[in-house]
Design a protein around this ligand. Sequence first.
Ligand code: ADP
Length: 497
Amino acid sequence: MRFSYKILFCSIFIMAVSFGVGGYVFVGDVFQASLEREMGQAKDESSILQFAFETAALNIPSKYDMLQNSVIEEIGANLEKGGQGRLLRLLDERGVVLYASEGFYPDTALLDCIRPNTRAWRVISQDGHYYIQTGTLVTTLDRILYLETMRDITAVYAERTRGFLVYRNMTLLILIFSSVVMYFLSSWLTKPIRLLTQATKKMTAGDYGYRAREISFDEMGQLTHDFNHMAGVLEENIHKLQEEIRAREDFIAAFSHELKTPLTAVIGYADLLRSRKLDEEKHLLSANYIYTEGKRLEAMSLRLLDIIVTKRTAIERQEEKVESLFAYLKEVYGEEKDLLIVFCYQPGIVWVEADLLKSVLINLIDNACKASKSEDTVEVIGEKTEEGYLFSVKDHGVGIPAEECKKITEAFYMVDKSRARSLNGAGLGLALCVEILKLHGSELRIESIEGEGSCFSFLLTDKEAEADGEKKECTTGSSFGGGGLLLSDGPRTNRTL
Ligand code: ADP
């Protein structure tokens, strides 16, 4: 059953019960008051008749000591005539009727309740009429008589019946009118619920962008607002999950492709070696292919392992001097001959896991070297900023097309696949960098202009990075940041990339 109908029926039920009980109590109370008023008047009448009977009995000249039955009958008849519609009955000591008005209630049970100096009464019904019957003792001239009266109170009962009727009709009218009003009111009140239900159905059917209309500013409005907010968050999460699934599928596809290429070469050359006797030069060439492709596979699997391990491990960060990081980099690239690698940095302390950070920097410098021509310069810069310590690796090489910039951090993505493979790349280096930086609460920023060069940078925001004072020094001229930077030339690289 619809919620609005429940509200409607509940309110109708409550109203019907309240009107019913209220009406019953009200009409009953009015009836009781009228009945008591009638009762008082019946008792008064009984007293008056008792007094009148005693007076009449005393005033009758008597030949006898005792009041005769015929005299009693006569007095009774006179008393009855004295009032319009008056009904009375006189009985002797043994309960024998001496006089009774016409139509007087025949039953004499009330006599048992009459005691001296008290007045008994009861309500009786006869021929569709209601009466108050009273009874009292009359003691006069050595006679003890019973005097009974009957007062017609049918009008009081009729009034009660009419009261109930009027009240019932009024209640019905009010109920019909209020039902119509309540119907519209309850559907208006429950409209936000219907809109929410509609939104839930739409969303269940896959329309995650659907939102419930906000039509009120009360608790229901708040609920709708919260629901929409929750739906927004859910939609975002669903998109994220879908993205993740897509990325995983892409990863698997790329991974199988990357595996297939070297494996095809390895299998092909191995087959050649085992199926035919080759001359020494071809034999060496084939063996070399198998070796280099095998090495590529090995490097790829190690990189993948690095990424997986990085994703799953919690890192142990320590304070690390930027100077020692740069000293390490200079040592690594110390033998390079072809490229000029310029190291330029401000002293400072970073809060990192040193080995992982070195891995990031080496990956970025390697990529910059791969993208550069011989005689080009690669700049590795470390500078303090207000937010933390900023590392940048700049090159003036091939650059990256704008539309590729977002994709190059995906695993196995390479802008120029043949060039990357010839340089022993597998498209995993930047993916590893991104994971490591994530663990350090940082992210990789890429700025690049195709044909002009690229700049890869990341910011380590830890407060610890601001430790080592502001002393700046520059050992050679530089195009980066001007005075105050420690700058040192790296040797030209002849590294096999
Ligand atoms: P790999 O270097 O092993 O191929 P990476 O994930 O490190 O894999 O890089 C992905 C791709 O991004 C590279 O193949 C290359 O095409 C491009 N790339 C990375 N760094 C640079 C750079 N400094 N200049 C131009 N292209 C770059």
